[in-house]
Design a protein around this ligand. Sequence first.
Ligand code: CUA
Length: 322
Amino acid sequence: MSMTVRHAIILPTLLVLSACEGRHNWLSGAGREASQIETLFWPLVFGAAVIWLLVVGLAIYAFRCAPEPETEGRARAFVLWGGAVFPTAVIAALLVSGLLVLRGIAAGDGEVTIRVDGEQWWWRVTYDTPEGPVTSANEVRFRAGSRTEILLTSDDVIHSFWVPALGGKIDMIPGRENRLLLTPETVGDWGGLCAEYCGGAHAQMRFSAIVMPPGDHADWLRAEARPAAVTDGPGLEVFLSRGCGACHAIRGTPAEGQVGPDLTHLAARTTLGAGVLPMTQAALSDWITDTGRVKPGVLMPGYPDLPEAELAVLLDYLMALE
Ligand code: CUA
C-alpha cells in the first residue's frame, strides 16, 4: 500500500474516532435520549453499508464481467423493484422509526426545570427551586435519573445548546423559548458547547454539563441558593470601586449587575470564561488583566492597569466565593 493511500485511509479514520472520544462522545449512552438515538444510528450505519456494498458489487459485476444483456422486461422489473420500490420502502421504514423515537424523546414533562439563556459568549443558567429562581453561569448541573426540561432562549443572536453525550441539541432563538428534554443517567462532567455560529468567540462558548447523584445535587443546589460566603472586606471594595458590580451580581452585596455572569459562587465552578480556562487563581488573574487575549471579542474589558496590590486582594476575594 502506498503512503498516499495509507494516509487517505488513516486520516479520516482518526478524525472520525476523535469525535467519539472523551466528554463530548455522542455514543456514550450517558443519557436515556442518547441511548434512544443510538438505537437509530447503528441500524442506519449497517444498513447503509450493506446497500453500498450491494450497489458497488453490482456495478463491478456489470463492468468487469460484461454479462449478456438482460431482456427488456427483466431490466424494467429490476429498475422498478431495485430503483423505486426498495428505496421507497427503506426510507419509509426509516422515517417511521425515526418519528417514533423522536416522539418518545419530546413527549411528557420534566421533573426538574432549568432555564438557559444564550449570551455573547456565555450561558446564563437559572434553576427553579421552591425558594425561587437561582442564577448561575456556564455550568448546567443535572440530577442523575431525572427527566429535565431545559427552557432555552437567547438575548442577542441565535446560539445552539448542545450536550453531545446526552443526545440533546436545539437552537436558542431571540424572542422564542425552545424546550429540550434530557434524562442524564451517568454521573460525570460531559461538557457542552454552542453549535451555531454566533460571532467571533463562538468556538469559545462552552459549558460544563455536570450530572450529579440526586443527594449531591440537592446539597449543591442548596449551597448555590445561598448568598455569597464573603460580603465585605478589601477585595469587595476593589470590586465595587472598579465598577465590576455594574455588570456582575454577587448576592448579599451591593453588586447587582445583570449584564455579565452572576459571580456569587464563582469559585465553586469548574471553569472560567465559559469553559475556556480552568477555575484557578492564576487563570483568573490572566482573565481579569487581559480578557481579550484569552477570548478575542469578549464584552468584558481587561484591566491591565489594575495595581498589583488591588489585583491581589480582588483575586483573594473572588477565589473565596465558593
Ligand atoms: Cu453561541 Cu455559537
